[in-house]
Ligand binder design. Structure first.
Ligand code: PGA
Length: 235
């Protein structure tokens, strides 16, 4: 595991964007695993800048996102599809048909999970997976549990996650209680993993994830078992 301390959020964002860009420079047909949340916003801004300045071409890139709320329409401005369009896809030369987010409106979320995993498999997996980390150690919406879930699956969000995400909604009551998330298979098969964490409130969970025991009680700790992980943090 490569652990990099950034001087501040802007430096974290630049470094993360450079790592993602280098994957695309190496292979213009890359498959990028992407994440939502406040942490990657600066990284996406940097990727947009590189694209606008002509240094990074997304025309042949495919993306797959980690997760989506259950029951939110993609047009809802709190959906993760909306977030991705708004923060990245609307501003770069990517073909939207090549951008994928789990369908949170699927009547059968288990079937949607199986479809999503089979689709990622058909792409040959992701070349890089970008991850944020929750205060409870979640990656995607894999919340602390007794086991690591392998497949893309439906989850019930933790009270801590609902509270943390309430800042994006008019009230805590409006935060969806369920979501669909990539499981550990789709995350861990990525050729490269990039985890970004910003803020003093993430210090403890990042330390536990990279130095503590590998346990589903700290979902991000599974990353210790992957051969190519970079963690960039600032706090
Ligand atoms: P944040 O979320 O980037 O908004 O802190 C991270 C996450 O919950 O994965």
């Amino acid at each position: 595991m490569k652990v990099i301390k950034a001087a501040n959020y802007d430096e974290l964002s630049r470094k993360a964007a450079q790592i993602i860009a280098s994957v695309v420079w190496n292979n213009p047909r890359s498959v990028l695993g992407l994440a939502t949340g406040s942490t990657p916003i600066g990284t996406y801004k940097e990727l947009v800048r590189m694209n606008k300045e002509g240094d990074l071409d997304f025309s042949q890139v495919t993306t797959v996102n980690l997760d989506e709320y259950a029951g939110l329409d993609p047009a809802n401005d709190q959906s993760y599809r909306y977030f991705m369009n708004d923060n990245l896809f609307n501003h770069i030369n990517i073909d939207k048909n090549n951008t994928h987010v789990p369908n949170g409106l699927a009547a059968d979320l288990a079937a949607e999970g199986a479809r999503y995993d089979a689709f990622i498999d058909s792409l040959g997996g992701t070349d890089i997976q970008l991850l944020g980390i929750g205060h409870d150690g979640h990656i995607g919406f894999n919340e602390p549990d007794d086991v690591f879930y392998k497949a893309t699956h439906e989850v019930k969000l933790d009270a801590m996650t609902i509270k943390a995400n309430a800042r994006f909604f008019a009230s805590e009551e409006q935060v969806p209680r369920r979501a669909i998330t990539m499981g550990m298979w789709a995350i861990m098969q990525s050729k490269k993993i990039l985890l970004i964490a910003s803020g003093d409130d993430k210090r403890d969970i990042v330390e536990r994830s990279i130095n503590g025991p590998v346990t589903p009680k700290v979902p991000a700790s599974i990353l210790q078992c992957h051969r190519d992980v970079t963690v960039i943090y600032t706090y």
